[in-house]
Design a protein around this ligand. Structure first.
Ligand code: MG
Length: 208
């Protein structure tokens, strides 16, 4: 049986929601206005995140990377990757945040994952320009679109928030924490509650 894991980055691999913190730090006014509207599902992530990002001067990318670099990774992450390796189960990072942030936090662990799908930033103009090959109707990174590129018998999703909602709804086996757990409860969608990657590891071990 071919299995594959799709994992969010921000607030999932990182212990804290780093991307939201970056948006608040580098575009405080627009972030204060638009982030609550995105959580309330009043404006789309696609619109909100793009507007905030494209208000940030290109010259600040290196500060964003430095701001992100020391963010702690949630416990059990390398152990989960070891287990998945031993079972030949690919692990794909699907982030609605910036690729540079994902790579800065993951460091050498980047080598351990099959792929990273995230937002790329073009800094050749005054402000950031968003490059997102998997832009969807409502999301800047349409995680379902990304998942469709990887055929498998069993797809497994791991996430924590609103950017993972559609991915979770279209996946049979979901690990959800924080806001995502609430959104899924509201929609009567089954999920496994988790707090760190040891929880995911133990649950997958017992299922496989
Ligand atoms: Mg997240």
């Amino acid at each position: 049986m071919r299995r594959i894991v799709f994992c969010d980055f921000d607030g999932t691999i990182t212990a804290q929601e780093t991307f939201v913190a970056v948006l608040k730090e580098f575009a405080p006014e627009l972030a204060a206005d638009l982030i609550p509207q995105m959580y309330a599902l009043k404006i789309t992530l696609r619109e909100g995140v793009r507007r905030i990002l494209e208000s940030i001067p290109s010259s600040r990318l290196s500060e964003i990377i430095e701001f992100t670099r020391n963010q702690p990774i949630r416990e059990g992450f390398p152990e989960l990757l070891d287990f998945l390796d031993s079972q030949d189960i690919p692990f794909v990072v699907v982030s609605g945040g910036l690729r540079e942030m994902v790579e800065a936090v993951m460091g050498d662990l980047v080598q351990r994952v099959k792929a990273i799908h995230a937002i790329d930033i073009d800094t050749s103009n005054t402000n950031f320009q968003v490059i997102s090959p998997y832009e969807g109707e409502t999301e800047l990174v349409d995680k379902v679109k990304v998942m469709e590129m990887y055929p498998a018998d069993v797809k497994i999703a791991i996430g924590d928030s609103v950017t993972d909602l559609n991915m979770a709804l279209s996946t049979p086996l979901v690990f959800a924490r924080d806001r995502l757990a609430q959104y899924l409860s509201d929609r009567n969608k089954d999920y496994i509650a988790w707090n760190d990657f040891f929880d995911v590891l133990h649950a997958l071990k017992s299922k496989i």
